[in-house]
Write a protein that binds this ligand. Structure first.
Ligand code: PGA
Length: 255
């Protein structure tokens, strides 16, 4: 699975359509790779119509904690998102956590997204790595808190993305190493197994995000043994994203 997080890009609907089309052309050649584009709200309706054949999926980047409709200026609920054709939404992205979303808010958003029938892309990750393993506790709390109280039958609608905050964005020094990713992938699956049992835990997707690109994709996927990637910057370049799709397909076939 490859999830492109466009963040606050591109700068016009025309560019959004062009970026979508060029990405779609690449994606169609590799039907074994699920491609999701998480785009700004204002482009969701437009692109979801184009993606109606579901060969590539459109998602949001966040939702309001409030459900349904009502007098909430500036808010967009999961229900509204779903009605314009989104099938996925990110919750708990570090850029939203920095803006104030704590674990309780993330849980409320996750539940509201599930109630609206969306697949949830739950981002978790530590702000920094320490030598005492506190980063492991932080990730554990994020996973456990977000999933608390959800129905067993709904777990398969949650995709967990390990995104260490120190590896995200153009100020990041580097992506996590494939070894870091492997360690965290195993750890997250263990947390899930303790919560809901081996069987469901094993079937859940765990991805990596944070400075992933065409150069490190293969090693992260192979060594990290994750089910996919969530690139930000790299998803804005269809050539680069296209190479990542090719790599994801190759790795999936080899495993
Ligand atoms: P990046 O962003 O790939 O540009 O580091 C990833 C993300 O924040 O989702």
């Amino acid at each position: 699975m490859l999830i492109g997080n466009w963040k606050m890009n591109p700068s016009s609907p025309e560019e959004a359509v062009s970026l979508y089309r060029r990405t779609r052309t690449k994606a169609l050649k590799f039907p074994g790779v699920t491609v999701v584009l998480c785009v700004p709200y204002i482009y969701i309706g437009l692109l979801a119509k184009k993606a109606a054949d579901k060969r590539i999926h459109i998602g949001g980047q966040d939702i309001s904690v409030v459900e349904g409709i009502g007098a909430y200026t500036g808010a967009v609920s999961a229900e509204l998102l779903s009605k314009v054709g989104a099938r996925y939404t990110i919750v708990g992205h570090s850029e939203r956590r920095i803006a104030g979303d704590d674990n309780i808010v993330v849980r409320a958003k996750l539940k509201s997204a599930l109630r609206a029938g969306l697949f949830v892309i739950l981002c978790v990750g530590e702000t920094e790595r320490d030598s005492h393993g506190r980063y492991l506790t932080a990730v554990k709390e994020q996973v456990e808190s977000a999933l608390r109280g959800i129905d067993r039958a709904e777990y398969h609608k949650v995709i967990i993305v390990y995104e260490p905050v120190w590896a995200i964005g153009d100020k990041a020094l580097r992506a996590a190493t494939p070894q870091d990713v492997l360690e965290m992938q195993i750890y997250i699956h263990k947390i899930l197994a303790d919560l809901i049992g081996q069987e469901i835990a094993r079937s859940m997707l765990v991805l990596y995000g944070g400075s992933s690109d065409q150069k490190n994709a293969e090693e992260i996927l192979r060594t990290g043994q994750v089910d996919g990637l969530l690139p930000g910057r790299a998803s804005l370049n269809p050539e680069v994203f296209g190479v990542m799709i090719v790599i994801a397909d190759r790795v999936a076939r080899a495993t």
